[in-house]
Structures are given as structure tokens and as C-alpha cells.
Design a protein around this ligand. Sequence first.
Ligand code: NAP
Length: 243
Amino acid sequence: MLTGKHCVITGAAQGIGRAIVETFVEQGATKIYALDRNIDNMQDWQTDAVIVPVALDVCDQDAVANWVQTLHQQHAVIDILVNNAGITRDNLLTKMSESDWDAVIDVNLKGVFTMTQAIAPLMIAQERGAIVSLSSVVGTDGNIGQTNYAASKGGVIAMTKTWSKELARHGAQIRANCVAPGFIETPMTANLPDKVIEMMKGKTPLGRMGTAQDIANAISFLASDNASFITGQTLKVDGGLVI
Ligand code: NAP
């Protein structure tokens, strides 16, 4: 359960992020700052007492710093940060443009750094907190056409291991973990050709794509006090795709 927890979730407008928000509400979170660069999809949450939609681009360091400054001014507590915002710009190595490399590294790697660097001081002051970041099985095992994405998701695992050591110094109970999804049914994968989807299902022992809820369940566990002795880990949630 996440009873009483105050949370920040990025990329919350759709897909896995939306499922995380709704799961955290069910689990009893008190306050959820639901961040995305476009919050038009969050109309249904506008009147919710728990969910606070925030229009914020995780790549915009000044905007992130200004928003976190308002949290400081409100003496806000942040117990949980979920770094979920992510994008793909796939192409073979020999065809990948510099702009596609930069875009993916900016959101998936630097965005996670920017958000965590901004929120970490609140957790350090509280001497507690849980950070869960979205990696991918591609970050550990690679994938054809995803040089930029694999680099970003491998980097998230490396940053997470670093934070699990650095932020827990002086007895602080600050944990950092990753969830590495396999092949999940969200808007990110919606436009893939049917033959790719069937091939990926065929490679997955459990024989299906994962759901956003499958991922949100794992994230809510790692974010909760039930995982209070788990840090620096990457939990694969992939139906056995990578074993
Ligand atoms: P999604 O459906 O595309 O949702 C991602 C959300 O993040 C979108 O609302 C997107 O907004 C937002 N976002 C992108 N860049 C942002 C930025 N700079 N600032 C704030 N928000 C931003 O993706 P998903 O499938 O739910 O994926 C969520 C996470 O899981 C990602 O980190 C992804 O890499 C990871 N993951 C997904 C899969 C999968 O199979 N789906 C597998 C492994 C890992 P826009 O629509 O405006 O871009």
C-alpha cells in the first residue's frame, strides 16, 4: 500500500504513466503530481483531490527547477519519484540521425537525471524516499534499431545503482530502483506492424504483450514500504522475454 504517500510521476498522461497514477490512487497515495509535457489528456483528473496535473517537460531544466522551488516554498514532502517519461526514435545505427540520438538521450537519460537531481534534495532533507525509474530489457540486452534507446535505458540502470549508494549515505533511507519492461501494449508500441507484434509475442514465454497495469503493479511494489530493503535493483517485468 502507498497510504499517505506524496508522489511525483512523469510521463503521466498516457500508457504506463497513466496506469501508475491510477494504481497509486487505488493504493492510498495522498498526493500525486502527474507531470507531462501536455496535460490535455488529464481533463478527467482536474477535479480529483489527490491528483495534481502539472504541465512540465522533463528536459526543461529551468522549468523543472522552478516547479520544484514551488514545492520547497509549500514545504511539500515528496516520498516517491517515478521517472517514467520516455520516447523512442528507432533506426539502424548506420541510419540514425544526430537529432534522433539527441532527442532520446535528452528525454530518457538527461530527463531522468534532471528530475532526480531536482527532487533528491527534498528526499535528502527528509532522510527518506523511493525513486523508481523506467529502464527497459533493451537497456540490458540491446535491440536492433535502438542504439539511442538502449544507451539511454542502460544509463538509467547505471544512474540508479549510483543513486542507491550516493543517496543512502549518512543513514538516509532513500532507495533507487528500476523496472525494466519487456514488450508492453501502450501508445508507444501501438503503431508497430502486426508481424513485429506477433514475433515479439512468440519470443515471450508467457505468450502475450504486457499491460500498463503489469508494469504499474511492479512500480507500486518497489515504491512502497514493502520493498524497504530493496535498492539498486532492476526488476524485469517482461513475461520471460529476457532470462
Ligand atoms: P508512451 O505511451 O509513449 O507515454 C510516455 C509519456 O511520456 C507520454 O505522455 C509522453 O508525452 C511523455 N513524455 C515524453 N517526453 C516527455 C518529456 N520530455 N517531458 C514530459 N513528458 C514526456 O510510453 P509508455 O509505453 O507508457 O512508456 C513509459 C515508459 O516505459 C518509457 O520510459 C518507456 O521507455 C518505458 N518502456 C516502455 C515499453 C513498452 O513496450 N511500451 C517497454 C520498455 C520500457 P508525448 O506523447 O507528448 O511524447
